[in-house]
Design a protein. Structure first.
Length: 109
């Protein structure tokens, strides 16, 4: 799993991007994580995670159109890459292996 390691927060960000699909931009990702986990995260922490994920090629971004509602600013949308999906799949497999082992040990005691 070298090179594809995910921290817990990075994993939450990737999962949120998948859930939000075409609507995955900074504020929506922040709100999704808060709604699902009850954790309030700062924009700075989120943007640091997004930058790291983009540097690892786990996500890519593109700007949407400028809108009057945003004062002419554009939203930056994110989507997961194949490498990002692979890292999520590996993290899930490791967790499932641990939980299976724990269940076996619990059943054998």
């Amino acid at each position: 799993m070298k090179g594809t390691y995910l921290g817990e927060f990075q994993e939450l960000v990737l999962l949120s991007i998948l859930v939000l699909a075409e609507e995955a931009y900074g504020v929506s990702i922040q709100e999704e994580i808060n709604q699902k986990t009850g954790r309030s995260i700062s924009r700075g922490a989120l943007h640091s995670a997004l930058t790291r994920l983009e540097d690892k090629d786990f996500i890519r971004s593109q700007f949407g159109e400028a809108t009057p509602e945003r004062g002419g600013r554009r939203k930056k949308y994110y989507q997961i890459t194949n490498l990002g999906q692979k890292s999520l799949d590996e993290a899930k497999a490791i967790r499932e292996e641990y939980y299976s082992t724990i269940q076996l040990k619990t059943q054998n005691t």
